[in-house]
Structure formats: C-alpha cells, structure tokens
Design a binder for this molecule. Structure first.
Ligand code: CA
Length: 372
C-alpha cells in the first residue's frame, strides 16, 4: 500500500509539474514565485564526460527536469567527471556535501560497500526491466537506501543502458585460455570474475579508455554499447567487438542526493526529485533502445568492425565463476546477506516468468517458436 501510495503521489506531482512548466516563463521568472523561499543552486557531479551521449545526456535531462518541475526553486548545474571532482570521487563529494547531487553507477563504490554492486550490475543477473521490478516493487530500493544511509546518501535509480556489449578486443577470444593474462578495463563484479578466469581487470573512467586501448596500456575494454562506444571511437583502437555483455546485462545508473539535504526539503521538492529520477530512468533506457541498432550498423558497415559472439564454453565458465563471486558478497555483513538473498530470490522468480513470457515471445517473433 505504501508503494502504491508513493507512485500515485509521484504521478500527481509529475502531472502538476508538467502543467506548471508549460505555463512558466522559465526558471529565472518562476524562481521568484515564492518570494520568501531562496532559489536553491545545486551542483550535480557525474562520472561521465559532460554532454556524453546516453550517460552524460541522461544526467543533463535529470538536472533539467528537477529545475523545471520545481518551477526554478531548485536550479541544478551538471559537472562532467574531473570538472569539480574526479569521476570516481562522486560518492564522497555528495556524501560530504561538496555537491548536492551525483550521477554515477553504484559498482564504482565497491570499496565503500561491496553490496553496492547489486544496485548497478550483477554478471548474468537481471536485465533493465527486471532490475526495475526488483528496485521499485521487490524491496530492492529500500535495501539500497539502507546501504547508503550511513554514508549520508539517498540513492535513486536514474537511468539504464540496457544489455551492454562484451567489449573491444585486439585478439579473438576462442577459449577460456585466451582470457589468461588479458589486461582489460572492466568494472565491478565482472572485473573480479575476469581476474579469477586468469585476466587482469583494470578500473578506468570512460574518458581514459581510448588512449589506454590505443597505447596498449590495456588489451581490451568494455564500455557500454554501440551508441556510446562509437562516440568514443573505440573501433579505431580495437578490431573485434564481442557480445553479449554478460557482465552488465542491464546496469542501473544512480542519482545520489545528500541525505541531510534531502530530508530537510519540503515534501513537494522531495517528490519532484523522486519523480524526475523515475522519469530519467525510463528516458535513458529508451534512448539506448532507440540508438543502439543504427550505431551498430554504422560500426559494421562504415568502420569495418568485426562482430563476434563469445563462445558458449567461455560464457559457461564465466557464469560458474560469477555465482561464486556474487555469493561471497553475502558473507560481508548482515545487510549484504539480505541484499544478496533479496536479489537472488527475485532473479530466480523473474527468470522463470520471463522464460515463458519474454523468451518465448522472442522465439515466436523470430519464427523459432516451434520448440516452445
Ligand atoms: Ca560497461
């Protein structure tokens, strides 16, 4: 009942905000609507290059929505990774109040709390729509809030890239043995899985990938998918483009709000931030769905990229290692154990349901439905 009530209020707030925006004269004019209330100027630090397609644009969209829905009572300015604070210091910056908001991905904070990774991406885990089901209706968001509360942060899902690509490689991966010694940029749990498979995972912000790959500092890198990877020019630094993105099957991007600040806001502004994050979550996922195919065609037809699918035995080995790596996080502490159990139980149920809904439908749509 509580969650239904929130969504109903959220919808009302969104409707009201849209109306107000359509009738407003812009933030500078509406900022004076409540003369006794000073305009709040907020900084949103991000882990992405400013204005970068998908991720950076998603942060801009979110900032703009908060500004407009609040009628200019909040004015948000977005900073790219490294502008105000380095890309990997977004968490600390928002936690201590250097910035009011942060836009990032929670697996970057595994050094703060290993279980944070469940809220971004789990190898062979949930896809975008499944993750949203867990977060909004399966108890996931409440657990995420509990995990971030001691860091003075309130998290919100605020974007999704959908299933990513496996990455860019300068040599073909034909067997598990080809992973040995492979120095690859791959974040989060996927990185640990690669390490146990014999590789060397490296963590680098997106802006440093092209140079690292071209100079040979790394042998391979994953980033996102065709929409983002084409923008970075990764095809100029590696020949083979592998799929699927086993390590990031639908990563959630996050909005982090300084908790002390959030809790001190009037209720309507709290709702506006929450609703803007929900809208941004849908908006980014839609942008990836709309752009990935055409960018993939461009990579293949205009840039001669060689598309490759990971061999089944490589996937099977990485999946086996993944389940060990993920289960180990449950041992970290009591809360991590609850997060692990909540995630894995939801995944088991939704997997069974999606076998007879999504998967069966894909099969019949592609003319391969006789076997079901
Ligand atoms: Ca990635």
């Amino acid at each position: 009942m509580k969650r239904r009530s929130f969504l109903s209020h959220a919808s009302l707030a969104l409707g009201a905000g849209v109306t107000a925006t359509a009738c407003s004269q812009g933030p500078s004019a509406t900022g004076t609507a409540k003369s006794d209330e000073p305009v709040r100027h907020w900084k949103m630090v991000t882990s992405w290059p400013l204005n970068f397609p998908g991720l950076g644009v998603g942060a801009n969209t979110l900032a703009e929505m908060i500004t407009k829905l609040s009628g200019g009572r909040i004015v948000v300015k977005v900073y790219g990774g490294g502008e105000l604070v380095p890309a990997f210091e977004v968490f600390d910056a928002v936690s201590r109040g250097t910035a009011e908001l942060g836009h990032s991905a929670s697996y970057y904070w595994k050094g703060k709390a290993p279980a944070a990774q469940f809220f971004a991406a789990v190898p062979f885990g949930m896809n975008a729509q499944e993750a949203n089901g867990w977060l909004y209706y399966g108890g996931g968001l409440e657990l995420w809030r509990e995990l971030y509360a001691p860091f003075n942060l309130v998290p919100f899902p605020a974007g999704n890239t959908e299933v990513q690509m496996g990455g860019w490689f300068n040599k073909e991966i034909n067997s598990v043995a080809d992973l040995a010694g492979l120095k690859m940029r791959i974040p989060g749990l996927g990185g640990e899985v690669l390490r146990r498979a014999g590789g060397t995972p490296v963590s680098l912000p997106g802006a440093e990938l092209f140079t690292a790959l071209q100079s040979g500092t790394i042998d391979a890198t994953e980033w996102v998918g065709p929409y983002n990877d084409l923008a970075f020019g990764l095809h100029k630094a590696a020949r083979y483009y592998y799929y699927p993105g086993w390590h990031e099957p639908g990563p959630t991007l996050e909005l982090m709000v300084n908790k002390e600040l959030y809790e001190g806001l009037p209720e309507d502004l709290q709702q506006i931030v929450a609703v803007a994050a929900q809208a941004a979550n849908l908006d980014m996922a839609s942008a990836y769905v709309a752009n990935n195919y055409s960018k993939l065609q461009s990579l293949i037809n205009e840039h001669d990229v060689q598309l490759r699918r990971f061999p089944n035995d490589v996937m099977a080995k990485l999946q086996e290692i993944s389940s060990e790596v993920v289960a180990e996080i449950a041992e970290t502490d009591e809360l991590s154990g609850r997060i692990y159990r909540s995630y894995t139980e939801f995944l088991a149920g939704v997997s069974e349901w999606h076998e007879l809904s999504e998967r069966a439908y894909y099969q019949v749509r592609s003319g391969d439905g006789q076997s079901c």
